[in-house]
Ligand binder design. Structure first.
Ligand code: 13P
Ligand code: SF4
Length: 310
């Protein structure tokens, strides 16, 4: 049998099954910009963390199927307690989010009692509940600059926190977490790529190291990169974020070229969701993500403060 046809047929069957289950469950499917192309293509909405969080506020759907990683599905459950939230794959986590525990945050808060705690959304619900305000990569600078306090404890991504510190007069204390997908990109790789494509615009995610950001034209969230590429007249771009973003970049800009800055830019957790796994999750109505009410209410306060600012 022709295996390509077989794979194609299987994918088509999975798509049809997902469409049927979507009706049966009264579900909305959200997918992060890093998801596999075939998952992004069947989602009702794709976006960065901020856009997807906003989509969860007040959705009427009975079920939110979140194709992404656990902290994103938790954010959906925090913002919309009336919908049932299913995480597309049971073990899709974010190693960055797991780098800070409630105990270690407690120790840091005791070390810096005057600081306002700004939590990147890439954190667990329990960490958000212990924080003053959340931010995403799309609004971190805006959020920090909107805070009246002069001292900020930024958790858990030191690279995003450092980037923010270069755009504010406030004192930003950095917790030492990082995303290895982005932090592994080196300045040398950027220099080599720029040597190969000297005319290219370089767009990187602010989870990259400072020396990588210094060599880029802009540090942007994933959806901000999509907007930048659409609006920019240049035709060649070097992209410093997870490879899933190449799919919408290329689809939205057929006449432009996009290259990854490094072949390390692949997040294994974001790639766990396949069409087959997604349809299994929906069929069994499993991987329901819930947040204890006492934590949910406090975490929501930190997210709502962010949404009011940005
Ligand atoms: P964005 O919010 O920019 O989409 O980023 C999320 C993320 O996990 C980055 O690694
Ligand atoms: Fe987490 Fe990094 Fe993967 Fe984003 S790319 S989900 S920060 S591990």
């Amino acid at each position: 049998m022709d295996s390509t046809v077989d794979v194609g047929e299987q994918a088509q069957k999975a798509r049809e099954k997902i469409a049927r289950l979507k009706e049966e469950l009264d579900a909305v499917i959200l997918a992060h910009n890093y998801q596999r192309p075939e998952v992004q293509d069947l989602a009702d909405f794709t976006g960065d963390s901020l856009e997807l969080a906003r989509k969860c506020v007040g959705t009427k759907a009975e079920v939110i199927v979140f194709c992404g990683v656990r902290f994103m599905a938790e954010t959906a459950a925090i913002l919309n307690p009336t919908s049932t939230v299913l995480l597309s794959h049971p073990n899709a986590g974010c190693p960055l989010a797991d780098m800070i525990s409630v105990d270690s945050l407690g120790q840091w808060k005791r070390m810096y009692p005057e600081a306002v705690v700004v939590a990147y959304v890439n954190t667990t619900a329990a960490i958000k509940a212990e924080s003053d305000i959340c931010c995403t990569s799309a609004n971190a600078v805006e959020v920090v600059n909107a805070i009246a306090n002069e001292e900020i404890l930024f958790i858990p991504d030191q690279n995003l926190g450092h980037y923010v510190s270069t755009r504010t007069s406030k004192k930003v204390i950095l917790y030492p977490g990082y995303c290895s997908v982005h932090a592994d990109v080196t300045a040398e790789e950027v220099r080599l790529a720029k040597g190969r494509y000297p005319q290219a615009r370089v767009l990187v995610h602010p989870e990259c190291r400072a020396e990588v950001i210094d060599l880029a034209d802009a540090a942007l969230s994933t959806s901000q990169m999509l907007r930048y590429a659409r609006q920019c007249n240049d035709r060649t771009f070097l992209i410093g974020t997870e490879e899933g973003l190449l799919h919408p970049l290329r689809r939205q800009n057929l006449e432009k070229e996009f290259f990854l800055l490094s072949d390390k830019l692949l997040c294994p957790d974001m790639k766990k969701t396949t069409l087959a796994i997604l349809s299994e999750t929906m069929e069994a109505r499993e991987n329901v993500v819930t947040v204890p009410e006492e934590i949910r209410v406090r975490a929501k306060r930190a997210i709502d403060r962010m949404l009011e600012i940005a």
